[in-house]
Write a new protein. Structure first.
Ligand SMILES: [Zn+2]
Length: 501
């Protein structure tokens, strides 16, 4: 098997269960595995790559990986959701919700999103996409295409079509918000996810793995959660469910079931040892939840890991309370990007800041804590001791972050410097399973300029369909505001133009 030796000013290795740093280090990969990490290597190699002023580290594991053209931009300044097309009107559900993208567009956006993940140094991804613009859940067919895209790009993924029984709905007349449920649709989605898992687990020499991805706790009935838990244990695959994400979710679950979200999961035996819960913000006693439930101890005992996504949560005005508290209790924490840009470095940096804000203590979290969460934390959540770390025998999944750009400022330690000054665009090279999928910022098989153009056109097509599923059907210009009003037209130029023509 071919050996490749890589050198860099800094290399993150792994020893006795924790990362360690090699100054002027080497990494040797053989086939799809790491053979050696250290200061030197005396054996024969087929190829040597010298990265110089850079950090070689384990690839990032993204537990809530942005998997579509992100719609966050549409809601960034446009509130409330039920007036801006992010809660379906009853009349839209009654008419039969529609797919707002064609099958080709769904396939394209996954391929596009996967290339953005690689661009940011992410080597293992559990994709997540919005269901706002879908007829209901995700489909087997689109995930078959997603698997193909991942294989062609060389991205390691855990795939599973998202499914649900329920959806928020707003009354066309009163403006009241409630839930619409359809048990049959939820169970059909689960059956589809089971078929996908059985057929795609382990494809592409193990690059493609599968998961169960019920949408959110408040959009699933107890029956669907119970069956999901059973299937997750039977197939022994990760199960990801958005939970403890919002105040609305907590209140709705409590009102419907007389128990907290985590009490509900406990009571339907939802958990397995690979349960991943984005986002872990709203638990009893935290972020304004006054209801008295043993949420924290349920979480600790469940074996579930949190997918912490600091950027998307901070955009919504919310932070985890707290990273340090959960970590000290032994709760597994990995990171997720969940929004554009899928920039794990930005998420690590914001994760440090929000952890310190939550505790009002600058010692509450370090750069190393968040870097570990983005690597080993995510890998451990999936039960993958071969990912998220570079040591002999682990998967040859790594990224290279440049340190020689003037924007990087000064350096005493690369991890701290990268979190202070760097971003995802500083990732220059990515290797997954021993294959360079990105070299010098060029991703195999991706033409960035044309992909960007196509993505923008596709997004504009989807935006144009917003009025039909927005309360009162306002024009897009009313749904999506401009930050500032249009400037005045300069009359004399218009007149001059007229004279010339
Ligand atoms: Zn999320």
């Amino acid at each position: 098997m071919k050996r490749i030796l890589m050198t860099a000013d800094w290399v993150v290795g792994h020893q006795d269960g924790a990362h360690c740093m090699y100054r002027n280090g080497v990494v040797v990969v053989e086939g799809d595995k790491v053979l050696h990490v250290g200061y030197q290597f005396d054996g024969d190699v087929a190829e040597t790559v010298e990265f110089g002023a850079a950090l070689i580290g384990p690839g990032f594991v993204d537990l809530d990986a942005l998997g579509d053209l992100d719609t966050t931009v549409l809601g960034y300044d446009n509130q409330p959701p039920e007036r801006k097309g992010r809660v379906w009107p009853q009349s839209y559900i009654d008419a039969g919700p529609r797919e707002m993208y064609s099958p080709d567009e769904l396939a394209f956006q996954k391929r596009y999103a996967f290339s953005r993940l690689i661009r940011n140094g992410i080597t293992t991804a559990l994709p997540i996409a919005s269901l706002f613009y879908r007829a209901w859940g995700e489909t087997y067919e689109e995930f078959a295409q997603a698997a193909q895209a991942a294989e062609e790009l060389g991205l390691r993924v855990y795939l599973g079509p998202a499914y649900r029984t329920g959806n928020l709905v707003v009354d066309d007349v009163s403006g009241d918000i409630s839930f619409h449920y359809d048990e049959e649709k939820g169970l059909a989605g689960l059956a589809q996810a089971e078929r996908f898992a059985e057929q795609f687990e382990g494809r592409a020499k193990g690059l493609i793995r599968t998961m169960l991805a019920p949408d959110r706790i408040e959009t699933c009935t107890p029956e669907l959660l119970l069956r999901t838990g059973e299937l997750g244990r039977a197939l022994d695959i990760p199960v990801r469910l958005h939970c403890c994400q919002s105040r609305m979710e907590y209140d709705k679950v409590l009102a419907q079931h007389g128990k907290s979200p985590l009490e509900l999961l406990r009571d339907v035996h939802f958990f397995n040892d690979k349960t991943v819960l984005p986002h872990g913000l709203f638990l009893s006693g935290l972020n304004g939840i006054a209801y008295d439930a043993p949420d924290t101890s349920i979480l600790v005992n469940s074996g579930a890991a949190l997918a912490h996504c600091p950027l998307v949560m901070a955009r919504g005005g919310r932070i985890m309370k707290s990273f340090r508290k959960f970590r000290d209790l032994g709760v597994g924490i990995g990171l997720g990007t969940d929004t554009h840009p899928p920039d794990m470095i930005a998420n690590m940096a914001l994760g440090v800041m929000t952890a310190r804000i939550a505790e009002e203590n600058p010692g509450a979290a370090t750069a190393a804590d968040l870097y570990s969460a983005a690597t080993v934390g995510g890998a451990d959540a999936l039960g993958r001791s071969d990912l998220g770390r570079l040591q002999p025998g682990s998967a040859a999944d790594l990224n290279v972050i440049r340190l020689d750009d003037p924007a990087m400022g000064q350096l005493i330690d690369p991890i701290q410097t990268i979190l202070l000054n760097g971003c995802g665009r500083d990732v220059s090279d990515v290797m997954i399973a021993g294959v360079f999928v990105m070299r010098n910022r060029e991703i195999n098989g991706v033409d960035n300029a044309s992909a960007q153009k196509k993505a923008q056109a596709q997004f504009e097509g989807m935006m144009a369909k917003y009025p039909e599923r927005t309360l009162g059907h306002p024009d897009t210009s009313e749904i999506f505001s401009s930050s500032f009003p249009a400037g005045p037209v300069r009359q004399n130029l218009v007149e001059e133009g007229r004279r010339r023509t």
